[in-house]
Write a new protein. Structure first.
Lengths: 208, 256
């Protein structure tokens, strides 16, 4: 089968929406941090009990991410080749957004963040007291880590502010009457999730 | 009124391009933008200098031949208009206007502001035929078409293939053009028999020509002189993966 630009975009949209869905469940679980060590550690241990099922889910997430990054990489390359020489005077008609113009570089930042994030918590040292909750709270007392997290979540908000609406447009599954609202809804949901994620390290830094 | 033009001068697709400055003669604000360029060229020719190469034909916004990027915007500052529908009153006396050709690998420069848009023709060709009865004119309403679909197909058919969507897209993507052409026929019963084959062939040709992919920004829709909606792009995407799911292996019949 010939891999066309639309197939690559559809793959990017489906994998992106899957990660968007995962980020919502992740955010919901994160709020247990504020409830206390028992609630949060209990949740983490509950997940670990799934054993092989959890590994399958994790491997699935990694595969989805690889497909997302891979298709993004190919599409970005294709786009660069399509316009090697830019305009001397360049102007938009106001439809382009900061999010839509930074999808690639924002994606690279998010990928770097994800690797650091997984290494810091999932494969971090849980033995320093209070398990994973203790590790998270100790990490979020470090202003550098909190700052880095907030910056990464700004990148995430930008990425989602365009990506969510764009994915639905790429799949073409919504009625055209949704279109005017789609951009705004995607923008709002994207930033709401990013703010939710950023709120936790900030709240932990100041209040826990 | 007078304007200063900074025009992209380039010989052929492999030529080294650069901006060159020209002063317009004193023109009426009611002069059309292309007439102003004609006057500049008259001036240049009378001085035995090379005129500015630009494309135009009908000069009433229906053929899609004219088109250039004016101060970074495809077809200039108008909304829902082609370059030929611009008038000098839309600018100010003393304005500096930078004129550049559509920039895309798939649209090689022929000369200055003139680009080769035959990639669009090849996409149309790849779409192939539709099944309509030839012969005597058909009876009116012999083939019922829902009013809504007729309207959507007509809106899509308004595309004049000027290439402003490609020019204004950060990825030089032809998705708005292809989506208009695919939508136009996919919405009508006359286009139904070849519906799947057509969309796959046109998308594959689009990629082969070297156009980019769609970021769903909507800059194309804002630049389109016929205001083709990017809802057509959503339809194209849907038509494409639907066709891929329904795709049958090509059946080879034995010749006689």
């Amino acid at each position: 089968m010939r891999v066309t630009s639309i197939l690559l975009k559809v793959l990017m949209a489906i994998t992106g929406l899957a990660w968007f869905g995962f980020s919502i469940t992740h955010l919901t679980a994160n709020f247990l941090i504020l409830k206390g060590a028992d609630a949060f550690n209990g949740y983490a241990e509950g997940l670990a009990k799934f054993g092989p099922l959890l590994w399958v889910a994790e491997a699935g997430l990694v595969l989805l991410l690889l497909a997302h990054v891979g298709s993004a990489f190919r599409v970005t390359r294709m786009n660069k080749v399509a316009r090697p020489q830019g305009y001397v005077v360049s102007q938009t008609r106001g439809e382009a957004t900061l999010g839509s113009r930074t999808m690639a570089i924002g994606g690279v930042i998010l990928l770097a963040f994800l690797i650091i994030h997984v290494k810091m918590f999932k494969f971090g040292d849980w033995s320093g007291g209070n398990g994973l909750h203790g590790l998270v709270v100790r990490s979020f007392k470090n202003p550098l880590i909190v700052g880095g997290y907030v910056l990464a979540m700004i990148a995430f908000g930008l990425h989602l502010s365009h990506g969510v609406a764009s994915a639905f447009q790429t799949l073409g599954i919504l009625k055209p009457s949704w279109r005017p609202r789609l951009k705004e809804i995607g923008f709002f949901i994207g930033w709401a999730i990013a703010f939710g994620f950023a709120a936790l390290p900030i709240a932990t830094f100041f209040f826990v | 009124m007078k304007v200063t033009l900074k025009v992209w001068k380039q010989n052929g697709k492999n030529g080294q391009g650069e901006l060159k400055s020209y002063e317009s003669p004193d023109v009426s604000p009611d002069c059309s933008f292309l007439e102003m360029l004609d006057l500049v060229n008259n001036d240049l020719e009378s001085k035995n200098q090379e005129p500015i190469g630009f494309d135009s034909d009908c000069r009433e916004g229906i053929c899609g031949t004219c088109g250039m990027v004016i101060n970074g915007v495809a077809h200039g500052p108008g909304h829902g208009t082609a370059t030929c529908q611009l008038y000098m009153r839309q600018f100010k006396d003393g304005d500096v206007l930078t004129l550049e050709p559509w920039r895309a690998t798939a649209f090689p420069v022929i000369k200055d502001l003139v680009v080769d848009r035959s990639a669009f023709d090849r996409i149309i060709q790849a779409g192939g035929y539709i099944s309509v009865g030839t012969g005597a004119a058909p009876d009116g309403n012999a083939i019922p078409v829902p009013k809504e679909n007729a309207d959507l197909a007509m809106d899509a058919a308004a595309c004049i293939g000027c290439g402003a969507c490609v020019a204004s897209c950060k990825n030089a993507s032809a998705m708005l053009f292809v989506s208009a052409k695919v939508s136009h026929l996919a919405l009508l019963p006359q286009g139904e028999p070849e519906r799947e084959r057509r969309v796959i062939a046109m998308v594959e040709q689009m990629d082969k020509e070297g156009f980019g992919a769609c970021t769903n920004e909507g800059e194309c829709e804002a630049a389109c002189p016929k205001q083709i909606s990017i809802s057509n792009i959503a339809r194209l995407n849907r038509e494409y993966w639907r066709a891929k799911l329904l795709e049958q292996p090509v059946r080879v019949e034995k010749g006689g």
